[in-house]
Structures are given as structure tokens and as C-alpha cells.
Design a protein around this ligand. Structure first.
Ligand SMILES: [Mg+2]
Length: 399
């Protein structure tokens, strides 16, 4: 960025709220009891140890305000770095302006790398104002009803058979969960997915809201219809990303909705409010999806939530974390907090990275099946930066 441009942006920001520095931390975190060799989505597998790379961002203003966020995807780090360069000197409280830059500058990259920056800016704004993100959004803290969202089915692990899914659903019910979502097998067949759907309906139907997430693994539209009819029979709450179109083919899902009764949920792979609106207008989905780790942060997620509200639809947030909890507490038209990914061996998708008592462990669910709201300033969590620095892969400073 030229000196002239920096000066112009700072003038716009006024006073000390201009962004002075963005730091990007890539680090590794151990994962236990999950295997990725058969399925990149992960299967429950006791005894397996592996690592994943994670991404954290800190943002500082000229006058010393600071925002932090750890989460989201790490493979978009170059996009995060690119955007960081272009927001130096901008008003840190001007999140709509940063959103606009992200939308344009990362338009060829789907803007996923903008999420950590937007979420860190919300943390910064909250801390600066002495208010939680929920308060900034006009929300009300409340306990969040959660569903247990499982690892994929896989041989040799804790979710190897349809009955194992039903057993695990009962375990989740005993913990307090009143929602349960299965991710099926990815072998190209439908038999075991259908078996698990029917087993879940028999064992916990009527006691838990049940969901099936194919995560696009079914090969064909025909298979999607077969599995959808099983969801109908078992009284499922929703049927998510049924087959390998990527959850993008609105026309096909409108046809599918005419053939089955179970509500469809698309949108995990549809990026941003405009594209999601196109799916809704084309009658491609019943539930709308949004994720502050995928859709330009909290700012983009709230835009999608309001778009869904305009159509009278519910938005269901994908994944979990502090940003998700604040968004959910600020959205009327939503139902469940996704506690992903879980299994009987207790492998976690996102390891604990907090000094504060925040937890997304499945065993931290309340007896009421809920997770608590966050009420501290900003995101209301304290990250363990010592852990991050001890496990650092790369540290990028943009200033
Ligand atoms: Mg999904």
C-alpha cells in the first residue's frame, strides 16, 4: 500500500481507530481418536493421533485497541494475508467497509480467508466499547439448544455400523442433547446410511430432532431420493447436502423437495448472501445455512440471517465456536447450535485453545441440552497464545 493510500484511509478512520497491524499465526494442534486416511472428513477411530493446522489473527489499532480470533479454515491463509495488507489504515470499527473490500478483493477466492479478520474486528469493537458481540448485535444472551453432529461412518471405529449410530445417539440423549445429526458413509452406497437413518428413527425418534448430512457423498440424484425417503420414514428434521452436486444445484433440489417430505438444508458450500439468496429464490432449500468461519465472518453471517428472515425461513449456523454463539444469540429465526464433530471415542474437530473456561467439548453440554452464551467484552473468550507460539508453523506480520 502506498503512503498516500495509508494516509487517506487513516483520515477516513479518524483519530486512533485506524488499523496499525495485523498478525497471522499458523500453528498445529494435536487431534486424537479421529482418522482421516479413509475419509477426509474424519471417522471416529480410537487410538489414532494426528495433527491439524489452525489459524489465528490479531488486529491492533494506532491507539492500542486489539482484537483476536482463532478458528476457521487455515488453508486460506494467503487470502487472509492479502486482505490484511489492504485494510491497513482503515477504520477498525468500519466493518462494513472491510466487508466490502473482502467481497471485491477476494471475489475469486470465495472470501473465506476474510472470516478471521472480520471476527477479530468484532472482538476489537466489543472490547473497545466494553460490550459483548451479542450486545453489539442487539441480541440477548440465552442458552443454545445443541445437536451432536457426528464424525462420518467408517469401518473399524466407533461409528462402524447403523446400530452404533443409534447407540451413540442414546449416549448423547443421556448427556442432554435433544438433537443428533449423522454424517454417513462415503463408500458410494446408500445401504448403511439408510440403515442408520431407520435405526435412529426407531431408537430416538420423537425424543431427538434427527438430521442426516450426506456432505455431498452420495453419487447420484437417484441415491439422494432413496436416502431422502428413508429420512421421511424416520421423521427426520432435515436432510443436508444430499449428493455430489456440492449442494449447489438449486433446480435439482427443488425437484427433490417435490419428491420427499423431509426439509432440505443447503448452503454450507454456497458462499455469501447473494449466492444463498439465489438458491432460496430458486426454491432449492428449506433451511438456509451460514457460518462466520466461511461467509465473511459475523458480518456476512448476519446478512444471510436477515436475508433468510425476509423470506420467512430459518438460518442454521454451520459449526461451532464463540462467533457462532454470539450470532445465534442475535438471530430469532434459528433453531440449533451444531456441536461438530463428535463420536463415542471423543475425538474433537477443534481442540481447546482457550485460557478461559469456554468449551465445545460434547461432555460440556448442559443437562438441558444447551451450551451457555458468552457475555464478556468482545467475543468473551481468552485464547491461549502461549500454546499457539509453542506450536507455531508460520507467523506473518502485516504493518
Ligand atoms: Mg454439513
Amino acid at each position: 500500500m502506498s503512503d498516500m493510500q495509508t494516509t487517506a484511509n487513516a483520515d477516513t478512520a479518524g483519530k486512533g481507530a485506524a488499523i496499525r497491524k495485523v498478525e497471522i499465526f499458523l500453528f498445529t494442534q494435536e487431534m486424537n481418536n479421529v482418522a482421516f486416511d479413509v475419509n477426509p472428513g474424519g471417522i471416529d477411530m480410537p487410538g489414532v493421533r494426528t495433527k491439524r493446522t489452525r489459524l489465528g489473527v490479531t488486529i491492533e489499532t494506532v491507539d492500542g485497541s486489539r482484537g483476536e480470533y482463532i478458528g476457521g479454515r487455515s488453508d486460506t491463509v494467503l487470502h487472509t494475508k492479502f486482505l490484511a495488507k489492504w485494510i491497513l489504515g482503515d477504520n477498525a470499527l468500519g466493518r462494513e467497509q472491510v466487508y466490502e473490500k473482502a467481497r471485491r478483493y477476494l471475489r475469486k477466492e470465495d472470501r473465506i480467508g476474510a472470516c478471521q479478520i472480520d471476527n477479530a474486528l468484532w472482538d476489537l469493537a466489543g472490547k473497545r466499547a466494553g460490550a459483548s458481540v451479542t450486545q453489539l448485535l442487539g441480541g440477548t444472551p440465552r442458552r443454545l439448544p445443541a445437536y451432536a453432529s457426528t464424525w462420518f461412518g467408517g469401518d473399524g471405529g466407533g461409528l462402524a455400523t447403523p446400530e452404533a449410530f443409534a447407540d451413540f445417539a442414546e449416549e448423547c440423549y443421556e448427556l442432554g442433547f435433544r438433537g443428533f445429526k449423522m454424517h454417513g458413509w462415503t463408500d458410494g452406497g446408500t445401504e448403511r446410511d439408510i440403515g442408520a437413518i431407520l435405526a435412529l428413527g426407531r431408537r430416538v425418534g420423537g425424543r431427538m430432532a434427527l438430521m442426516h448430512d450426506s456432505a455431498c457423498h452420495l453419487k447420484t440424484f437417484g441415491d439422494a431420493v432413496l436416502v431422502g425417503r428413508a429420512c421421511d420414514e424416520a421423521g427426520f428434521y432435515w436432510y443436508e447436502d444430499p449428493y455430489s452436486d456440492g449442494g449447489l444445484a438449486a433446480h435439482a433440489h427443488r425437484r427433490l423437495r417435490e419428491m420427499i417430505k423431509t426439509p432440505i438444508l443447503l448452503g454450507e458450500h454456497v458462499r455469501g448472501v447473494e449466492a444463498m439468496a439465489n438458491i432460496v429464490i430458486a426454491d432449492g432449500t428449506d433451511f438456509v445455512r451460514a457460518d462466520p468461519d466461511l461467509d465473511i465472518g459475523i458480518t456476512g453471517t448476519m446478512k444471510i440471517a436477515h436475508m433468510a428472515e425476509a423470506f420467512g425461513l430459518d438460518v442454521e449456523l454451520h459449526g461451532n465456536g464463540p462467533a457462532h454463539r454470539h450470532c445465534m444469540n442475535s438471530i430469532r429465526n434459528t433453531n440449533f447450535y451444531e456441536l461438530a464433530m463428535v463420536g463415542p471415542s471423543r475425538g474433537e474437530a477443534v481442540g481447546t485453545i482457550y485460557r478461559s473456561d469456554y468449551s465445545d467439548k460434547m461432555d460440556a453440554v448442559g443437562k438441558d441440552g444447551c451450551y451457555p452464551p458468552l457475555d464478556g467484552p468482545g467475543l468473551g473468550v481468552e485464547y491461549d497464545w502461549d500454546y499457539v507460539k509453542r506450536n507455531l508453523v508460520d507467523h506473518i506480520v502485516v504493518q
